[in-house]
Design a protein around this ligand. Sequence first.
Ligand code: GDD
Length: 328
Amino acid sequence: MPTAFITGITGQDGRHLAEFLHGRGYRVCGMMKGQHNPRAEMLRDELPFVEVVPGDLNDLTSLVKAIEQVQPDEFYNLGAISFVAMSFNQAELTANVTGLGVLRALEAVRIVGGPQNNPIRFYQASSSEMFGKVREVPQNELTPFHPRSPYGVAKVFGHHITVNYRESYGLYACSGILFNHEGPKRGLEFVTRKITNTAARIKLGVDRELVLGNLDAKRDWGYAGDYVKAMWLMLQQDQPDDYVIATGETHSVEEFLELTFEQLGMGDWRPYVRQDPKFFRPAEVDLLIGDPTKAREQLGWRPEVGFRELVAMMVEHDLAYESARLRR
Ligand code: GDD
């Protein structure tokens, strides 16, 4: 039975990946920090098969111990401060966890190593935020980076240090440059889930308005469940490499809004939405659209859920979720 070790196990991608790997017969271990992590209970209920291992991306010793204990075949580094807006307020923490955390994880993998004939394979969750103020459209694996937030800068470090460890020490290390990926497990602070959840609450009479920032930003939005398969595929190849994972389509925040209100049968979104400067960012990423040709040709990966389907899935989930909360 192959063993996977996942950092960021309680996040959207960690939970999708754990389910996916469990379905493929893996033993799944997830790293969790803190003594009384409030998310431990949620994880136990949702994914009881996950073996929880203590550790912290800010503590190299804990990472070494965790890997020694688990002896993984595959290490998925999904842990990060992942909310771009927050990274402007906690830039140093973001640099430490999202940037230096990757170095510590790689170093732990290098130190512990794994058996000669079965070295640990490493996946780094890189991000389309690295493209930032984009230098070309669409963005592919060779597009230069121009990050626009402390988060993006930290991810650029994580990406380059992953490539560097591959080239310097021969590690099987891959970097997946994933464009935005969403779904019902998405945190409520991210714009897609904030929209579907608040719109559902307005429909049910719980909330009265939806307060947002920039509606013109464009993103290449896919479904998280499709994207974790690409992570796994990257670790099953003969040679490690880096891949862009995206749908190849872009939509504005306004389009996402429009479709959400349309699917809830609420008509025009304008009477319900207010813009507030506090949700605008000091520097914005205006347009992201990825070119996933390499992933399609070399990994045989393609997204299965389209934009309309994704919005419908999230709207349906949030309507049911908020209705159930009302009944409680
Ligand atoms: N969160 C949020 N809240 N975003 C808003 C709001 C709001 O009220 N109003 C407008 N936006 C705009 C943001 O300014 C941004 O342009 C866009 O909506 C998307 O914001 P997020 O959903 O927070 O995602 P993100 O694109 O910044 O980052 C996500 O995707 C990256 C991949 O490119 C995160 O998941 C990152 O961790 C990930 O790397």
